[in-house]
Design a protein around this ligand. Sequence first.
Ligand code: PGA
Length: 220
Amino acid sequence: MKQLLIVANWKSNKTLQEASIFIEKFQVVYEPREDAKVIICPPFISVELMSRLVRNDAIAAEIGVQNISPFEDGAYTGEVSAHQAAEFAKFAIIGHSERRTNFGEDDDLLSKKVSIATSFGLIPIFCVQNENTFIPDGVKVVAYEPPSAIGTGQADTPESAEHVALIIKEKHGEVAQVLYGGSVVPENVSGFTKMEHISGVLIGGASLDPDRFSSIIKQC
Ligand code: PGA
């Protein structure tokens, strides 16, 4: 049985209060599945709260972060280190196209982030924009997210995503799981997850609503 990863990327959304309300509603509608691991990646400010709520309410979900400092603990104003994040999170999204575009993150910086994340036991979910995007050593989970599909409602086709996933796996023997991301909604998720080489989805907009997110989990 294929083990799916269903990853919510909340980006810069939700206050602490809104995050609590999400969890209250989500736990009513969420039906955990043996073949799917649910990972919620809130903004840093909500990571501690979300990890506590998930644990206290015994919700079958893991916590991830959306980014990580390339440095260890120390004099790096404004950064959150992998050491700090690993207190609460198991996963770290690294190399999202929004970080590459808005914050100038390049291959060299992203390699440092992967290396420091793995050294503190965080599993990188490394985002690539196409089959030729550089993937640093140590990456086992990749999320293929074509920028034209992010937040546009114009998802890639499952066939095209499957083709890219297969090429990525052929080129990088270490990569065990390739996820698809970009305008995933309840109505299209199963098209992706039924593909042989796609092991889950990374969801932005549709993960913010507890009903839509739980419906994605049900449909995948
Ligand atoms: P979207 O975002 O689902 O809103 O398209 C996906 C992502 O950027 O991870």
